[in-house]
Design a protein around this ligand. Structure first.
Ligand SMILES: [Zn+2]
Length: 66
């Protein structure tokens, strides 16, 4: 289990996202704040395993082509 911090492109709130295989690229995430989903396009995350702190995370997003 790896933890990432992702930022919603709609409301710009950051939320934790856990991912078993450590790959976020191409995956969909539903924002816990605004409820909209977005697609993680670039795997620019710095992952930490079971870390109590969330630092130095960076993710880029594109709008999902729905
Ligand atoms: Zn949002």
């Amino acid at each position: 289990m790896k933890l990432f911090l992702v930022r919603c492109p709609h409301c710009h709130n950051a939320m934790k996202y856990s991912c078993d295989d450590g790959i976020l690229t191409g995956k969909r995430k539903a924002c816990v704040y605004c409820g909209k989903s977005f697609l993680v396009r670039k795997n620019l995350t710095v992952q930490k395993e079971k870390s109590p702190t969330m630092t130095a995370f960076s993710v880029s997003f594109d709008e999902p082509k729905a």
